[in-house]
Design a protein around this ligand. Structure first.
Ligand SMILES: Cc1cc2nc3c(=O)[nH]c(=O)nc-3n(C[C@H](O)[C@H](O)[C@H](O)COP(=O)(O)O)c2cc1C
Length: 187
């Protein structure tokens, strides 16, 4: 199963196989075209019953992102271990843009699909990305309303998932996958 010679390679498959979570970014803003293309890839993600449940906001600008990071850490406390490299990195993983997804209900599956669309579009543009769930703690705490106002997201909406995007400043190693979990039943 999954012998390398059986895998058909094309630009889409190669994009999927070469994407890595990037947690070090150059101090360069995205161009409007780059950011809008990544967002557009999210917009064109499939959604259950075509409900298009996501409200999506891209937060840019180091001052804004650092303010969000500061409120995130005030919420979780200094001893929290929310995720990878949290000891050295801000919650937005040093990226120049953080895309945050919200909905009126728990459309987590739709957000996951949109996130991967955005991650793959970013990769195809030569950009890096990392999907980020841990920033969700901010929207469970005392600064949630403040950030929903800043992001122009209705108070009743629920945070689902985020994607940080930027020009990569690292080439992360492959994290091997367990092909044993995938099996074809039948011929
Ligand atoms: C639903 C989901 C939530 C994630 N949340 C975070 C996060 O909060 N912070 C982070 O640094 N990485 C996060 N990641 C990235 C994963 O750690 C990463 O995809 C995984 O380690 C595999 O590495 P790869 O993406 O380089 O293949 C998340 C990924 C997914 C799919």
């Amino acid at each position: 199963m999954f012998e390398n010679e059986n895998i058909i390679r094309n630009s889409t498959v190669d994009c999927i196989l070469s994407r890595r979570s990037v947690r070090a970014y150059k101090d360069e803003p995205l161009t409007a075209a780059q950011l809008e293309t990544v967002l557009y890839a999210g917009l064109w993600a499939p959604s259950g019953r075509n409900s298009q449940p996501l409200t999506v906001r891209a937060l840019t600008g180091k001052d804004r992102l650092d303010a969000l990071n500061a409120d995130f850490w005030r919420t979780v406390g200094p001893d929290a271990k929310p995720y990878s490299r949290c000891d050295v990195n801000p919650v937005y993983q040093t990226a120049p843009a953080l895309i945050l997804m919200f909905s009126e209900s728990g459309a987590f599956t739709d957000a996951g699909i949109a996130a991967e669309n955005m991650a793959l579009a970013a990769k195809s543009l030569g950009l890096g990305s990392v999907i980020i769930a841990s920033v969700g703690a901010l929207f469970d705490g005392e600064y949630a309303s403040k950030w929903k106002k800043t992001l122009e997201v209705p108070e009743e909406m629920r945070f689902l998932l985020a994607v940080a995007v930027g020009v990569p400043d690292e080439d992360p190693p492959v994290k091997p996958r367990d092909a044993g979990k995938y099996r074809i039943i039948g011929e």
